[in-house]
Design a protein around this ligand. Sequence first.
Ligand code: GLA
Length: 681
Amino acid sequence: MKNATPTWLRHHPDSKNSSAPRRISFGADYNPEQWPRDVWGEDIRLMKQANVDVVSVGIFSWARLQPAQGRWDFDWLDEVMDLLAEAGIGADLATATASPPAWLVTEHPEILPVTEDGVTLSPGGRQHWRPTSPVFREHALNLARTLAERYKDHPALVAWHVNNELGCHNLYDYSDDAAASFREWLVQRYGSVDELNRAWSTDFWSQRYQAFDQILPPRKGTAFPNPTQQLDFKRFSSDALKQHFIAERDVLRAVTPDVPVTTNFMVVGETKGMNFSDWADELDFVANDHYRLPIEHSRDELSFSAATTSSLARGNPWFLMEHSTSAVNWQPINRPKRDGELARDSLAHVAHGADAVCYFQWRQSAGGAEKYHSAMVPHAGEDSRLYRSVVQLGQTLDQLQPLAGTQRAPAQVAVLMDWESWWCSELDSHPTEDLRYRQEVFHWWLALLNEGVRADVVQAHQDFSGYDAVFAPVLHMVPHQLKGRLEDFVLEGGHLVTTYFSGTVDQDDRVWLGGYPGALRDLLGIRVEEFAPLLRDETVTLTDGTLGTLWSEQVDITDSGVEVLRRYVGGELDGSPAVTRRRGGAGTASYVSSRLDSAGRASLLRDLLAGAGVEPEIPQQLRGRIEVTKRVGAQGEYVFVINRTDEPVNLQDFAGHALIGLSAGSRTLASRGVAVFHLQR
Ligand code: GLA
């Protein structure tokens, strides 16, 4: 990422003729092509009323913009762009390449993706294109170039929005185009087929290749496909989409070098196929889409996703490109948000560094697959509770103007997130199929939140040496370099906490021999000979009375500097170590051999944090009830307090002037409320 400041604001129509103050932007995907022209004027009026200052335009407009090969229709978009510019609303203009039009698919059915069992996917939905199709690429770049040429000087243009949620529907394509590109990718990675044979362990099951052109994507076969082939296909598929982004970006940059380019990530739940950690630096600013999921701890998952997005943005401001004002339409049962949740969800993203709060979408569609998805203007129209809440949030964001451009204030503690460990730890033919990597990371982050400890998310390739403590659960893949960095971290005084199934394999998914946890064995001073995953109804008990699920192990201690923090009680492992800590250099390295329940994680955290000299930032009586985040800038620090509960909370322990959230003279934060305190330097 080139810019530390929110570049989309520097391009904003309002800031061209004045030194208009920066603000936290507010807006949505705007799809005026779904509506007759007379609605557009109404849209602008309502946008102004709600303080909307940025909209994403044209995301699914290819069929309207280019009705046939060589034919273009820009009149409607010209008019929309002009209306936006006159109203002082910026356009995050899409390249419109997300969904190819019918004529293109009819003329070139070879752009359609193919599933692992050989089924060609049909048009009629969206994103029906192969990331590696040269035909699709040519048409997409032509569209992007044509749009860039036409709108390069338009006053509404503030940013480019490449495609949309790359990989949402077409991540894994097993077509012949994909096969050819996969081989090229493998040649680049391995240089020789011998090296590939080594990395892929192909002497197993007679899989040895003589030439690259014998290699296929891991299409549906008779038995488990080669694990490293699967892993490389994941790497390749993520790369193929990243390359598509780069190709569109470079076309745009050639025409409008000063206009920032982004695309909307999907850092949310189990969306794992795109290694955004590896993409983020290609964007001029990071943008994310987040939707509340129908899961336990859904609100906290939002914050964890936002913290992860902040780490991708390296603590710089980022753009919340989409979330929902209320219900979505794609869950089995789609419930509306409860009172207060619209604002709290949006502000929680701001708390984690978002400098733009945008939704899918501006006006709820009357037809099409997403007509029951909420929007800023609902079917009920302007006279609705929902639109009034939107207007109110627009006013609240205005009060947060001083925060725009501020950074995440680093925490003392981080949880480590590693996309490749995510991919690799969840491959088939493993000790258990129940392990969910992201849930492991999230649950440690949540345990820290519940203990009142602010924790950043840090990507494995980023520098984590500044943190006092790093939690790296299920860090399954540890290549040589990461091994050395973790050792240095502990040597220099850092406190590392890791768990079962960590350190197990190298970058080729080949096991570090000599006993688990392989690469981390010496650092942890332990050795495990066999994994002992638990059945779904099985638990193990630890000495503090808490329970473990999913996993257990016979942990042998190999270093006299290791202390046992918890032991197993009863069962096969009775009396053997369950949690250990080794002093190494100035720091410590701890190991947790089972999936602790929340009480177990909480009690262990207290011990580990005390040992690491980390104090909770949330007063005892509010722990578990609020979340605290901090942003910092030239004017001082901004402390966000988010009420996670449905009850009011008393914030008498918080100092500073409240920009939002508290009424004059009161220190009571409403149920589901958010307060922001300003502490001047
Ligand atoms: C995604 C897409 C949007 C819309 C929303 C609905 O985020 O980018 O076009 O489909 O989902 O939640």
